[in-house]
Write a protein that binds this ligand. Structure first.
Ligand code: PHB
Length: 378
């Protein structure tokens, strides 16, 4: 008997029909090619994981200013758009669905990665005390404390919203099924939401509605391109990653969930605090998210199949996103279906490098697609 009938059942999320509820979580891999464009190797990696109910790509910067780690992909040049088109085609050729996660890191960066070596930008000029950027180094990359940031001018905020719109236009041309707006984990949009990183006194700071404004502006811009049924948002309420200390996170989440619901967004994706050492979300708070948002709800935080089955069957979530497990098991839904042991993820190869620890994790049955890539693509 199959152990995880709910997790492996199909579902509708917005305009998308998922064949199962095992979502591939966004995972930074720092393996983009020249010009931060996706390569054939990246297409192979995503293609191997096409049996996910939905793939959410690694965080992808909307501009060079939005980059905080070397060799992360972008979606603001023709080369990047063309690279992503190959990725999407590979996933679609295997009947998969793929959403692009749009990212701006804000203060989690370093001038070495910024246009003209300028300082990174943020809602306010408040440095991240302990968070790191990842800059080039002869052996791969080096973690260094972030520098800056400087506070964004009001007009620049409008420009960033426009960068999200332009990135969505490119994503649509590349064939993506959906967009995920990354408003989690201490990056730019989370820096606007959070009380410790936003001390602005204009219409983008101060009260909760003002701190939320840029997220809703970005959502509206992306919805104007993709339609609400193909847009989701990732939040990380009570998250502490990247030096976030938000005293108002639960209230903010409820407010945003209602705003997303009014707009008819496809899904809300919650990165739970525990993945980065924060205190777990309470059951009461989970329920309040459910009450405030009528679209699909996805949770993510080191779930096992059993735990995922439980949260879906008790109707707290509609789907669960798996990060490390999907990284190391290209055929994760099939492994859950047959209750197979899982490959272990090797943290030494999470970031940078090529095939090793990326496209060489074995599936249960040999994937013919592996042989399509005969040569290493830089
Ligand atoms: C990371 O690369 O560590 C990373 C990137 C994006 C996230 C979280 C972590 O949302």
């Amino acid at each position: 008997m199959m152990l995880y009938p709910n997790l492996l059942s199909s579902t509708i999320i917005g305009d998308l029909k998922l064949s199962n509820r095992v979502i591939m979580a966004p995972l930074t891999r720092m393996r983009a090619g020249p010009g931060n464009a996706p390569t054939k190797l990246n297409a192979e990696y995503y293609g191997q994981r096409a049996s996910a109910g939905l793939i959410i790509t690694e965080a992808t910067q909307i501009s060079q200013q939005g980059q905080g780690y070397l060799d992360t992909p972008g979606i603001y040049t023709d080369e990047q758009e063309a690279g992503w088109k190959h990725v999407v085609e590979r996933v679609h050729s295997r009947s998969g669905l793929i959403a692009l996660q749009l990212w701006h890191v804000g203060r989690i960066s370093h001038s070495k990665l910024q246009p003209n070596n300028a300082l990174p930008v943020a809602p306010s000029a408040i440095p991240a005390p302990a968070a790191t950027a990842r800059i080039p180094h002869e052996d791969g990359f080096l973690r260094v404390l972030c520098d800056g940031p400087r506070a964004l001018e009001l007009e620049e905020i409008l420009g960033i919203v426009n960068d999200y719109r332009n990135s969505a236009i490119r994503a649509k041309r590349a064939g993506f099924d959906a967009i995920e707006v990354h408003a989690a984990n201490g990056y730019l949009l989370n820096q606007f939401l959070s009380t410790n990183t936003n001390q602005r006194t204009d219409s983008y700071g101060g009260c909760l509605e003002n701190r939320a404004r840029i997220v809703l502006d970005v959502v509206d811009a992306v919805v104007s391109v993709f339609g609400a049924g193909r847009v989701g948002v990732r939040l990380s309420p009570n998250g502490i990653f990247n030096d976030i200390e938000d005293t108002d996170a639960e209230e903010m989440t409820s407010y945003l969930a209602r705003g997303f619901s009014e707009r008819g967004l496809a899904y809300l994706h919650i990165a739970e605090p525990d993945w980065a050492g924060g205190a777990p979300l309470s059951d009461e708070f989970r329920k309040s998210i459910r009450d405030n948002f009528k679209g699909a709800l996805i949770f993510c935080s080191n779930y096992t199949a059993a735990k995922a089955e439980k949260i879906i069957s008790s109707n707290i979530a509609d789907a669960v996103a798996f990060g490390r497990a999907f990284l190391a098991n290209p055929d994760l839904p099939e492994r859950f279906r047959v209750s197979s042991p899982l490959n272990e993820a090797d943290s030494k190869t999470f970031y940078c490098g090529a095939e090793i620890g990326y496209t060489d994790y074995p599936a249960l049955t040999k994937d013919k697609g592996n042989s399509e890539l005969e040569h290493k693509n830089s």
